[in-house]
Write a protein that binds this ligand. Structure first.
Ligand SMILES: Cc1ncc(COP(=O)(O)O)c(C=O)c1O
Length: 386
């Protein structure tokens, strides 16, 4: 039996493995503070649960159309007009199995074997594996704090070759929480368009910003493919629901892929998500966003006090990307040490690319403030002991 050779280049999602190790330690009775988890810790908001329960009580749970429930596509379209003042036709909106499903559909429709795709590094790890799975070539664009951990048009221009087909960015980004400002987004869109390429923008952390608003790439270009999800701001990770906005002329291709890959997104999740934009839900989600902001205000200075350096203040998401070189030469070993000696789980840079991973770690503030404080205290004890 032979495994496809591409599998050699598809790395595990290390954070999932670290989570599993942390959970195993917990099962063995050890107390663990979880800074590694990339999902909100809150329960699904009550109005969303109620909508799901109402739907389930009727007992009919069948497939929906591959592009999603028309009512949900309309609700997402209304979200673009009420939140961003943008006209986005429901015809351009594809409901998917999470942002993961949206990324796979968009890249599945766009990537040919041998195509190069530019991906900021550090960045969300699964992207390069999606490109690789489709026989494309992920190209790492090293970004750092001097450009807010986002690529610039000059850098994209310099990295573009005859084989380059597109650029995939995220704003707010994972692992850094940094945003693309309007001017940078516009110049990136412009550069990509000039080369006849495609711009994909992952807006999964929209809604979770602190003191600034994230702008949608759709305000700049109707040619961009925009990915979003109910996972993060809407707190629905386990429901596996997201969406893709694509140029209308490509939607039929994406529909064919969705039909073949998974038939339709989860029906229960879609009915639940119909309540995600209600006023009552928004009030709950906004209170949670404020709590995330308070948590960041505890974690970020706490990490700095321990000797981590935070070179660019996160503006969104729920992560702090911290430089660890003053504390250890290898962040993977540091993560292991913190887990075994302090019972603190955090993600080493390794997951996010090849650009200085050994000197960075990602801390998620998806736990209560008291737990954050406890985690900081535990780390202080271990780090002081050398
Ligand atoms: C930047 C980014 N994109 C996509 C995803 C996938 O999210 P989901 O499939 O849960 O919507 C994640 C998850 O952490 C992420 O951080």
């Amino acid at each position: 039996m032979k495994i496809a050779s591409r599998m050699a280049q598809i790395a595990p999602f290390h954070v999932m493995e670290l989570m599993a190790r942390a959970q195993a330690l917990e099962a063995a009775g050890k107390s663990i503070i979880h800074f590694e988890v990339g999902e909100p810790d809150f329960a699904t908001a009550e109005p969303i649960l109620d909508a799901a329960q109402r739907f389930l009580s009727r007992g009919h749970v069948h497939y929906t159309a591959a592009l999603g429930l028309p009512k949900l596509r309309e609700a997402i379209s209304t979200h673009y007009s009420s939140r961003y003042g943008l006209e986005v036709s429901p015809q351009r909106i594809v409901v998917t199995a999470g942002a993961s499903g949206a990324l796979l559909l968009a890249l599945g429709a766009l990537v040919d074997p041998g195509d190069e795709w530019l991906l900021p590094d550090p960045g969300y790890p699964c992207n390069r594996h999606f490109v690789r799975l489709l026989e494309g070539l992920p190209v790492s664009l090293a970004v750092d704090a001097t450009t807010n951990y986002q690529p610039t048009a000059t850098q994209v221009e310099a990295s573009w070759t005859d084989r380059t087909r597109g650029l995939l960015v995220a704003s707010p980004a994972n692992p850094t929480g940094t945003l693309l400002d309007r001017q940078t987004m516009a110049s990136l869109a412009d550069t990509v368009a000039r080369h006849g390429g495609t711009l994909l923008v992952d807006e999964i952390y929209h809604g979770l910003t602190y003191g600034v608003d994230a702008m949608s790439a759709l305000a700049i270009s109707d040619e961009a493919f925009v990915i979003n999800s109910f996972s993060k701001y809407f707190g629905m990770t386990g429901w596996r629901l997201g969406w893709l906005v694509a140029p209308e002329r490509h939607v039929r291709e994406i529909e064919k892929l969705a039909q073949n890959l998974y038939i339709a997104p989860s029906t229960v999740a879609q009915h639940a998500a119909l309540a995600a934009f209600d006023r009552e839900t928004t009030a709950i989600l906004e209170a949670r966003r404020e709590e995330f902001s308070r948590r960041q205000n505890v974690l970020l200075p706490g990490l700095q006090k321990l000797g981590f350096k935070i070179a660019a203040k996160p503006q969104g998401a729920f992560y702090v990307y911290a430089e660890s070189s003053a504390l250890a030469t290898d962040s993977t070993l540091l993560a292991q040490r913190l887990l075994t000696e302090a019972g603190v789980a955090a993600t080493p840079g390794l997951d996010f690319g090849i650009n200085a991973p050994q000197s960075h770690m990602r801390f998620a503030y998806t736990i209560e403030r008291e737990r954050i404080e406890e985690g900081l205290a535990r780390m202080a004890t271990v780090l002081k002991s050398g």
